[in-house]
Write a protein that binds this ligand. Structure first.
Ligand code: ADP
Length: 745
């Protein structure tokens, strides 16, 4: 493979630029020629200036931009065979052997058809004398890689598609803002989000917003008189003291006979039957706007880079494939298969076969739907007579992190709904030692889904000595059957200690589960901890601003980010902002490294570079501090460039949780409640830590957890994300010698 082209097509999606950048730079780095096809398939049909070489620096400075810099379009001509014939000729004229298509299911259907028709279209061009037989023989087939750019997340082949996370950010920003005004006026709001055949945005938006009712195409209300059911529930919610009502509806919502349900209709129902002052917000294109989230930038970057690597290694004639992500693992699915399942969902919805539609959406979608249905209840189900009501204690421990409240709320409601009793322990292990414990009911966590910080209180106090006696006494006093610790490293250490001492203190011989919440993402048994995504977004938006402050001057920044000894935030924020250098404790920093970095900076700035960006983990090296690095670079830069340091500090721990963190927190909490239910009362109850591992939510037993922890540096011994370093390094390199170097980002 010598030459590939990249295009973005169909509805634009946030993160498309990151994908384009990754495709272009990875391909150039592998020595390929890269062309951009402007304005989607229309550019392919038109040829000429719409297909042009694209260079390293052409994709600099675009990570934070919405939309797509190479343009997208809907092309009616390409839908016709005659249009595709022109497209094939243009690709052949440019000797393009492979394409990366970034678009939705329509665009990828088009790509699949192009691949299938390729031999006959080429033959036709030869027969007409529009292409020489020798050229045709050189290009027997077209290699096609797809990246799903779709804000609806409506396509099979990736857990999440490019643009969906950013769309959720926009939805949650809107619902958070709306709920605050709705509460002051006791109003009702109907928020309509995108998704004609896919309820992903509505469902996850409702989960993240703590909405009171949700309507999605895949699972319409199961009764004909759904309006009455909805009103009954909302009325009850008001009676229990809720000050606002939020209904989230997907644009493709329908009843079980396939009749559309509109936001207007919901508004009428709420006004007529409940007498509620109701407003509608249709989010529309807002969901495609704004800066791409950190997640979308990194997802798209990894997919773009992988698509090129796969294209290069694919044998001639390999059928088209889509690159996707499952958990943190890159996946490759045959495009035909991805399209088949995607179409099957739509067919099932149209045929009103809703069970099938839900089944095809997959396990985590179904699970989230079940969870939402419980969380929206106005009141819990009453306990079943004669059932064993378990007494579950919940606490936060460790550094504060966004998502703690979300997880506590979900755990309290889900457990109470199952008839159990939840006891909240305040201020981490202190509360358990000092008897600061009280029962939490359904309404005690109202409004917590969206709130940053820790309402229960959290700190890094690790129990020791006589604390254990006090904790055992209180566990007995409150007859606690199981503990849910929601927090970070200290919480894990504390949980582990209690478990270890269960033979000395029988009160500790109960199931203990730990749910990972820490901005550092340094917890064992979980590839991602709740809170890290929010912190990452805070860092990325701060760095975006810092970079913009330097447009006119020649300046380099050393930005220090948190993470304790774990470099996750540093590396991922570097990947999302295009930082050219990242300093991690895991790798260490040497004087030789710094000398090489100085040389590279001097070289870059002397060739016209305007901006330098380095991200340093707070504990990367105790001697070569952020201040030291700044001084060193400043001195060596002389008149060539200035250096500024920026220590981002506590803004990383604050803020309201991102949609991703809210969703993860809720899903994990649901698993933990189920786990405790299973373990409580067992003769030898087990204790464990929950976490997402390769896309699945799994429990790692407490005995194994200790072995995964590096106790000296407070991080897991193996960290999956370290494997991403080579990609970050390649993509942020300065342009190769042959290309101009004024903007390497
Ligand atoms: P999306 O890719 O976002 O789903 P569309 O469905 O509008 O958006 O598709 C974008 C473009 O992809 C269309 O304008 C058309 O050029 C091409 N396309 C879509 N479906 C087909 C098809 N069945 N055959 C050929 N080209 C198609």
């Amino acid at each position: 493979m010598k030459r590939i082209a990249v295009l973005t097509s169909g509805g634009d999606a946030q993160g498309m630029n990151a994908a384009v950048r990754a495709v272009v730079r990875t391909a150039l780095d592998h020595g390929l020629d890269v062309f951009a096809i402007y304005e989607g398939y229309q550019g392919m049909v038109d040829g000429g200036d719409a297909i042009r070489p694209i260079r390293w620096n052409d994709v600099g400075g675009i990570l934070h931009k919405g939309g797509t810099i190479i343009g997208s379009a809907r092309s009616a001509e390409f839908r016709e065979r005659s249009g595709r014939l022109k497209a094939v000729r243009n690709l052949l004229l440019h000797k393009i052997e492979g394409i990366v298509v970034i678009g939705g299911d329509g665009s990828l259907t088009g790509a699949n058809i192009l691949y299938e028709e390729w031999p006959e279209l080429v033959a036709e061009l030869v027969a007409d004398g529009r292409i020489g037989a020798t050229t045709a023989a050189q290009f027997p087939s077209l290699a096609v890689a797809g990246i799903i750019g779709s804000i609806d997340n409506d396509m099979f082949g990736s857990d999440v598609t490019t643009g969906a996370d950013t769309a959720l950010h926009r939805i949650v920003e809107a619902t958070d803002a709306i709920t605050s005004t709705a509460a002051s006026h006791q109003r009702s709001f109907v928020v309509e989000v995108m998704g004609r055949h896919c309820g992903y945005l509505a469902l996850m938006g409702a989960l993240a917003a703590g909405a009171d009712w949700v309507l999605i195409p895949e699972s319409p209300p199961d009764v004909d008189d759904w309006a009455e059911t909805m009103c009954r529930l909302l009325r009850k919610g008001r009676e229990t003291g809720r000050r606002d009502t939020l209904v989230v509806i997907a644009e493709g919502a329908q009843d079980r006979h396939g009749n559309p349900i509109t936001s207007e209709q919901i508004k009428r129902i709420l006004e007529e039957r409940l007498g509620e002052d109701t407003r509608i917000t249709v989010l529309g294109h807002v969901q495609r706007g704004g800066a791409p989230s950190a997640f979308d930038r990194n997802l798209s970057t990894l997919l773009g880079s992988a698509a090129v690597v796969e294209l290069i290694s694919a044998e001639t004639g390999t059928p088209p494939f889509v690159m996707g992500m499952r958990g943190n693992k890159l996946t490759r699915t045959p495009l035909a298969e991805a399209l088949r399942v995607t179409n099957a969902v739509t067919t099932a919805i149209v045929a009103q076969n809703y069970d099938e539609a839900l089944r095809l959406r997959g396990k985590s979608f179904q699970e989230s739907f079940r969870t939402v249905r419980t969380l929206v209840r106005a009141l819990p189900h009453p306990p079943t007579p004669g059932q064993r009501r378990m007494r579950i204690a919940v606490l936060n421990a460790g550094g504060p992190a966004p998502g703690m409240n979300t997880a506590v709320r979900a755990a309290v409601r889900l457990a109470v709904d199952k008839g159990h009793i939840v006891l909240g322990i305040r201020n981490g292990f202190h509360g358990l030692i000092e008897d600061d414990i009280s029962e939490m009911d359904w309404m005690s966590v109202s409004g917590w889904a969206t709130r940053g910080g820790s309402e229960l209180g959290t700190n890094r106090y690790l129990p020791h000595g006589s604390d254990y006696y006090a904790m055992a006494r209180n566990l007995e006093k409150y007859a606690i059957d199981g503990i849910l610790m929601i927090g970070g490293w200290t919480g894990y250490r504390g949980g582990l200690e209690l478990h270890r001492q269960r033979h000395t203190f029988p009160a500790f011989d109960i199931p203990i589960v730990c749910l990972p919440v820490s901005i550092n993402n340094n917890l064992p048994g979980a590839e991602l901890s709740v809170g890290a995504d929010t912190a990452l977004n805070s860092i990325v938006s701060a760095v975006d601003k810092i970079k913009r402050s330097a447009v006119a001057s020649r300046r380099a920044f050393v930005v220090e980010v948190m993470g304790n000894y774990c470099g996750y935030l540093a590396l991922m924020s570097a990947l999302a902002t295009g930082a050219e250098r990242v300093y991690l404790h895991e790798e260490g920093v040497t004087l030789a490294d710094l000398e090489a970095d100085v040389r590279q900076l001097v070289d870059g700035f002397s060739k016209g570079k305007r901006l330098g960006l380095m991200i340093r983990n707070e504990y990367a090296n105790p001697v070569y501090t952020t201040g030291f690095m700044r001084a060193l670079f400043e001195e060596e830069g002389g008149d060539l460039f200035d250096v500024r340091e920026s220590i981002l500090g506590h803004l990383q721990q604050g803020g309201d949780p991102s949609p991703f963190d809210r969703i993860l927190a809720t899903r994990l909490a649901s698993q933990c409640v189920d786990y405790l239910e299973k373990q409580i009362g067992q003769p030898e109850p087990r204790s464990a830590c929950v976490g997402q591992v390769q896309g699945e939510l799994l429990f790692t037993e407490m005995e194994d957890i200790a072995r995964l922890m590096d106790m000296d540096v407070h991080r897991p011994k193996r960290q999956w994300w370290l494997d991403i370093r080579p990609i970050a390094r390649v993509l942020a390199k300065p342009a190769p010698q042959t290309q101009s170097t004024n903007n390497s980002e």
